[in-house]
Design a protein around this ligand. Structure first.
Ligand code: NDP
Length: 333
């Protein structure tokens, strides 16, 4: 048998007899729907009529317009993009909720910051995989599972906790792989990674590229050395397995000596980084970021297009194409 084992049958017991609707058959929706079905649950899909709708049908699901799927469900997993969630919720979901319906989210954002306000007579739970959509499916099928942040925002039935745990297990996160927290904390941690850690890490990578290219090293070689070879990805894999400090043991003695003795030269950057990161976190926690994003939603496609066309012209993009072509990994375009 593939999939996450459930010897105690907790998933099937707490969700016994419930009809589930997965709303949104995208990155998370498809993987979660397949996992839930393989865990023995009764799953239907709600989606707008498009390619994802056709994919759900091809995958063998009863596939319906969103409102109809919700009308036929006792548990609803709302897996549409966060920015459209309030309107989908108000238009298609809320009118179909009954007292005791289980409403599940894969991100705390909608409820904590994004304008989704469920009525008080439904259970509201969070099962937020720390995993991208394809990984949610792959790691369920392989039996490895994946970690999730989970939580209960509202317990109308008195059973919200066991139902949340059962849902997490059925999606692919056994209890030992779950950390419980509030919707607000889950969303804040997620946004912090995207808005502070990611961009700061990106600046470090760009600074390293610039330092080397300015000193005459061939750009393709620089990119290969820093990240295109896959060595960095491999080191990160090891970090996730053994921790940031212990992974140093996998590097050569020369490498260990060099990084131990030079690390202190960058220590004075800590204060600046913490101050900037703290300011980003404060914007997130206070709701100012969410307010800004809701105002910017209509103009965002234009901003994204401008950034996409501008990035094709910058030297880094050309160096990357050349290096990837040399490596034979350039996709057919
Ligand atoms: P996707 O962008 O993959 O889209 C999800 C689905 O929503 C698609 O089927 C899409 O249809 C549909 N959709 C888009 N716009 C609308 C609309 N206006 N009305 C109705 N349906 C619409 O979403 P994700 O799977 O990335 O995200 C879903 C949730 O999961 C979010 O809360 C996100 O934060 C969370 N999450 C996502 C992770 C990820 O790896 N992506 C990781 C962990 C959590 P269409 O086919 O037309 O695009």
């Amino acid at each position: 048998m593939t999939g996450i084992q459930d010897p105690a049958g907790e998933a099937s017991r707490a969700l016994a007899g419930l009809r589930l609707a997965v709303v949104g058959y995208g990155n998370q929706g498809r993987s979660q729907a397949l996992n839930l079905r393989d865990s023995g649950l009764d799953v239907r899909v709600g989606n707008v009529p498009d390619a994802s709708f056709a994919q759900a049908l091809a995958d063998g699901f009863e596939t319906l317009p969103i409102a109809e799927a919700c009308g036929r469900a006792d548990a609803i997993l709302l897996l549409v993009p966060d920015e459209v969630m309030p309107e989908v919720f108000e238009r298609d979901v809320r009118p179909r909720l009954r007292p005791g319906t289980l409403l599940d989210f894969a991100s705390g954002y909608g409820v904590a910051f994004g304008g989704v306000h469920p009525p008080l007579d439904v259970d509201v739970v969070l099962v937020a995989p720390r995993m991208i959509g394809p990984g949610v499916r792959d790691r369920y099928v392989s039996g490895q599972g994946f970690p999730s942040f989970v939580g209960v925002h509202q317990d109308a039935t008195g059973d919200a906790h066991p139902r949340m745990r059962a849902l997490a297990r059925a999606v692919g996160s056994p209890a030992a792989a779950c950390i419980e927290m509030s919707f607000h904390d889950e969303a804040s941690l997620d946004l912090f990674t995207e808005q502070a850690f990611g961009p700061a890490f990106g600046r470090v990578m760009l600074s390293a590229v610039q330092t080397l290219v300015e000193r005459g090293y061939p750009p393709e070689a620089v990119l290969l050395e820093l990240y295109l070879s896959g060595e960095l990805a491999y080191a990160f894999q090891k970090i996730s397995e053994v921790g940031m400090l212990a992974q140093l043991d996998y590097h050569s003695h020369t490498s260990q000596y060099g990084s131990i003795t030079r690390a202190g030269r960058f220590a004075d950057l800590d204060a600046t980084l913490r101050e900037r990161m703290g300011a980003v976190l404060e914007e997130i926690r206070s709701g100012r970021f969410a307010e800004e994003w809701s105002q910017a939603r209509d103009s965002f496609p234009e901003l994204r297009e401008r950034v996409r066309s501008a990035r094709e012209g910058i030297p880094l993009a050309q160096w990357e194409r050349k290096a990837r072509a040399a490596l034979g990994t350039l996709d057919d375009e």
